[in-house]
Design a protein around this ligand. Structure first.
Ligand SMILES: Nc1nc2c(ncn2[C@@H]2O[C@H](COP(=O)(O)OP(=O)(O)OP(=O)(O)O)[C@@H](O)[C@H]2O)c(=O)[nH]1
Ligand SMILES: [Mg+2]
Length: 296
């Protein structure tokens, strides 16, 4: 029996959470077509007859701009030292403006004893020649024991990533029961679903200033009543989130409710409120109460 931990790291928006979901076969981490979607470490558990791999999804790594960013960067780098293997994801050749994140990650990876695998994701967006050039460039870094191309959205080659990691895992026993696919509780997943829908509905800088807090969570026999707050940093953003005649907030609520019903397997009554909290991303108190206070 093999069992171990794999840290998934990389710059924002490269598809780390999409890959985690593909590996586990369920949606446990939210994804969005914008950077800095993931804010916490999220563990997803892969099981088969003779192996358990605990994948740790991490926030995309960039230079922090506020205390929330510091928490996120800490969550990303902090996943590495205890990992039995590290997966670094990229989605295209790196340019200059991106060098901070990649350089720092490479430096950390070089210092790590555990084996490192590079995943070139979003191969569907590359020509064979682009893939080849990217492959050769990274091969030259000398950091990675293996380089694998994937299309995480379609699950393409995800099996190859798992098979490669399986060989690298140490002998051991399962860390989590076989039916447990994530260590995150339902309430966390509910907040994340709401945040994901808000990300999908909102543009520009607004999503970065959004956080979700559950105010009420009542589980009855066949219905779960949830009331949640959407925090935003600016008064002007509150109106945008609510939208004309409350339409945007209704849209966010409806699509979140549908996903939450699927997750919980009950009917859901979901109420959303928008609240302005200037500077919450730099407030230790607010970060703590929103689950960004200490990494686990
Ligand atoms: N075309 C294509 N899109 C992909 C692929 N994998 C992920 N995506 C998309 O890329 C976007 C970012 O994916 P995420 O999984 O949220 O990326 P992430 O690396 O977790 O991002 P952060 O949490 O911000 O660090 C989403 O819109 C995904 O649907 C892929 O293989 N091909
Ligand atoms: Mg993510």
């Amino acid at each position: 029996m093999k069992a171990g931990f794999v840290a998934i790291v990389g710059r924002p928006n490269v598809g780390k959470s999409t890959l985690l979901n593909a590996v586990v076969g369920e949606k446990i981490a939210i994804t969005a077509d914008r950077p800095q979607t993931t804010r916490n470490r999220i563990r997803g558990v892969y099981n088969d007859d003779d192996c358990q791999i605990v994948f740790i999804d991490t926030p995309g790594f960039i230079a922090p701009r506020n205390k929330l960013g510091e928490y996120m960067a800490g969550a990303a780098l902090g996943a590495l030292p205890d990992a039995d293997a590290a997966l670094m994801l990229i989605d295209r050749p790196v340019g200059k403006e991106e060098d901070f994140g990649v350089d720092t990650l490479l430096e950390k990876l070089r210092a790590l004893k555990a084996p490192k695998i590079l995943v070139i994701n979003k191969t569907d967006l590359m020509t064979p020649d682009e893939f080849k050039r990217t492959y050769e460039r990274w091969e030259g870094s000398g950091v990675f024991t293996e380089i694998i191309g994937t299309t995480a959205t379609e699950g393409l080659n995800v099996g190859a990533v798992v098979a490669t990691l399986k060989k690298l895992m140490p002998e051991g026993v399962r860390y989590f029961p076989e039916d447990m696919i994530t260590d995150r509780p339902e309430r966390f997943l509910v907040c994340e679903i709401i945040r994901e829908k808000a990300l999908h509905y909102l543009r520009d800088e607004i999503p970065h200033g959004v956080a979700i807090e559950i105010e009420k969570y009542e589980e009855k026999q066949d219905i779960t009543r949830i009331s949640a707050l959407i925090y935003t940093e600016k008064k002007s953003h509150k109106g945008i989130i609510i939208g004309k005649d409350g339409r945007k907030l209704k849209g966010i609520g409806k699509s979140a409710r549908e996903d939450i019903e699927r997750l919980l397997g009950t009917k859901v009554f979901l109420e959303l409120w928008v609240k302005v909290k200037p500077g919450w991303r730099d407030s230790d108190f607010m970060l703590g109460s929103l689950g960004y206070g200490h990494t686990d």
